[in-house]
Design a binder for this molecule. Structure first.
Ligand code: PLP
Length: 387
C-alpha cells in the first residue's frame, strides 16, 4: 500500500510547545466509566435498534427530570435544537430575533438560516451575557423572539428579559448549550424560557461520542411540534403534516449519554470546586490586580463549562502560557457582527469587541488536579512578575 505523507508548509512562527496536559481531558473521563460505556454500546449493537427506541425515550425523560421541566425532545445537535425551536415558534422571513454577538456562530446562524434577522445587542461586561438594557432598546414591531445565551455555564440575568418578553409578547429561547445544570433563582437553565436548547457536543458538560442535542419545554403543544419537526414533520411514516427536517439523536448516542448523566452532578461539583481553587490560587499569588475572574451573581449556579479570566494583555499572556506548555483557549476571538457571514447586519458592540480581545479560558474539566491548577496560576504569576 502506498501512503501519501501530507506535507506541511515551512513554519515561520516558533513551534508551539506541546502542552504538559490537555485543555480538556476526555480520556480521563472515559477511563473512569469505560466499562459502563462499552456495555451500553454493546447492548445497543446487539439490539440493532438505532433510530429512536427506548434509549432515546429514556434519555428524554431523564433530561426533562434533571432540568425540572415537563418535556425534552432529543435532536441531532445543539445547533439543530436552536433551529427547530425557532421553526416550532413560527419564526421566519422578516422576523427579528434579538441575541448576542458574543457567542458561538450557531446562535445567530439558526436565526439567519430561517430568513429571519438576527438583531445583535451588546453584552454586560461582567457576565458576558445579554445586557437587558440593550435588549429593551432593540425592540421593534417585528421582534418575535430573543435568544439569551448562558455563556460559559452562567445563566443570563433572566428577570428583566422575562419582563420584556411578557410585556411585548415575544418568546425566549434559551441557548443553554453550555449550561446544563446551571440555575437562576432556583430554576434550571432550559426551564425558564419557552424552549431551552442544549448540546451534547463532546466539549459540553454532558458530552456524547459525537454530535447531539435536546430541547426542553413545559408547553405540550410546542413539544408536539418539536417532535414532529425533527422527523420531516411526519407523525406517521410517509405522511408529511408540516415541513420539517431530519434531526434525530442516535440511539447509540442516547445510550452513552444515559451512562454519563448520573455522573453529571459529581462532575459539575468538581468543576465548581476547581473554580473555587482557582480563586484561592489567584488571590494567594496576588494576581487580583491584573486578572478579572468570572463572577457568580447571587442566586445563580455557574456550571463552568469554561473558566474564563479577563486580562488586558491577553495575547501576550496566552503566548507565555503556550511557551510554558499550558493550554488555553479563546471563546470567542471574533464577535459575530465582525464575521463575513453577519457583517452586512452592521452595528457596533464595544463590550463584545473588548471581551473578544481580553478573555482567556483556562482548563477547568472535572479531572483537573490541584498540581495542574497551581502550575497554571504560577505560570500566570511568572508572566506578571516579568512584565
Ligand atoms: C456548542 C454550542 C452550540 C451548538 O451546539 P452543537 O451541538 O455544536 O451544534 C450553540 N450555542 C452555543 C453557545 C454553544 O456553545
Amino acid at each position: 500500500m502506498v501512503t501519501v505523507a501530507l506535507s506541511t508548509p515551512a513554519e515561520t512562527k516558533p513551534k508551539p510547545i506541546a502542552p504538559v496536559f490537555p485543555f480538556l481531558d476526555l480520556q480521563a473521563q472515559f477511563q473512569s466509566i469505560r466499562d459502563e460505556v462499552m456495555d451500553a454500546i454493546a447492548t445497543t449493537m446487539q439490539s440493532q435498534r438505532f433510530i429512536f427506541g427506548p434509549e432515546v425515550q429514556n434519555l428524554e425523560s431523564e433530561i426533562a427530570k434533571y432540568v425540572g421541566c415537563k418535556f425534552a425532545i432529543a435532536c441531532a445537535s445543539g445547533s439543530d435544537a436552536l433551529l427547530l425551536a425557532l421553526m416550532a415558534l413560527g419564526v421566519g422571513p422578516g422576523d427579528e430575533v434579538i441575541t448576542t454577538p458574543f457567542t458561538f456562530v450557531a446562535t445567530a446562524g439558526s436565526i439567519a438560516r430561517l430568513g429571519a434577522i438576527p438583531v445583535f445587542v451588546d453584552i454586560d461586561p461582567v457576565t458576558y451575557n445579554l445586557d437587558p438594557r440593550e435588549v429593551a432598546k432593540a425592540l421593534t414591531l417585528n421582534t418575535r423572539a430573543m435568544i439569551p445565551v448562558h455563556l460559559y455555564g452562567l445563566s443570563a440575568e433572566m428577570k428583566p428579559l422575562l419582563e420584556i418578553a411578557n410585556a411585548e409578547d415575544i418568546d425566549i429561547i434559551e441557548d443553554a448549550a453550555q449550561a446544563l445544570g446551571a440555575s437562576w433563582q432556583g430554576q434550571k437553565a432550559g426551564d425558564i424560557g419557552r424552549v431551552g436548547c442544549f448540546s451534547f457536543f463532546p466539549s459540553k458538560n454532558l458530552g456524547g461520542a459525537g454530535d447531539g442535542g435536546i430541547m426542553t419545554t413545559n408547553d405540550a403543544d410546542l413539544a408536539d411540534r418539536l417532535r414532529l419537526l425533527r422527523v420531516h414533520g411526519s407523525r406517521s411514516k410517509y405522511h408529511c403534516e408540516i415541513l420539517g427536517v431530519n434531526s434525530r439523536l442516535d440511539a447509540l448516542q442516547a445510550a452513552i449519554l444515559r451512562v454519563k448523566l448520573p455522573h453529571l452532578e459529581t462532575w459539575t461539583e468538581r468543576r465548581r470546586a476547581n473554580a473555587e481553587r482557582y480563586r484561592a490560587l489567584f488571590s494567594e499569588m496576588k494576581l487580583n490586580d491584573h486578572v478579572i475572574l468570572p463572577t457568580e451573581p447571587a442566586g445563580t449556579r455557574h456550571v463552568y463549562n469554561q473558566f474564563v479570566i479577563r486580562v488586558l494583555e491577553r495575547d501576550e499572556l496566552r503566548e507565555h502560557l503556550m511557551q510554558s506548555g499550558i493550554p488555553t483557549e479563546v471563546y470567542y476571538p471574533e464577535p459575530l457582527h465582525r464575521q463575513p457571514a453577519f457583517s452586512h447586519l452592521g452595528g457596533v458592540f464595544p463590550e463584545a469587541e473588548r471581551a473578544s480581545r481580553e478573555v482567556l479560558a483556562l482548563p477547568i474539566y472535572p479531572e483537573l488536579t490541584e498540581a495542574q491548577q497551581t502550575r497554571v496560576v504560577s505560570t500566570i504569576a511568572e508572566f506578571y512578575t516579568r512584565n
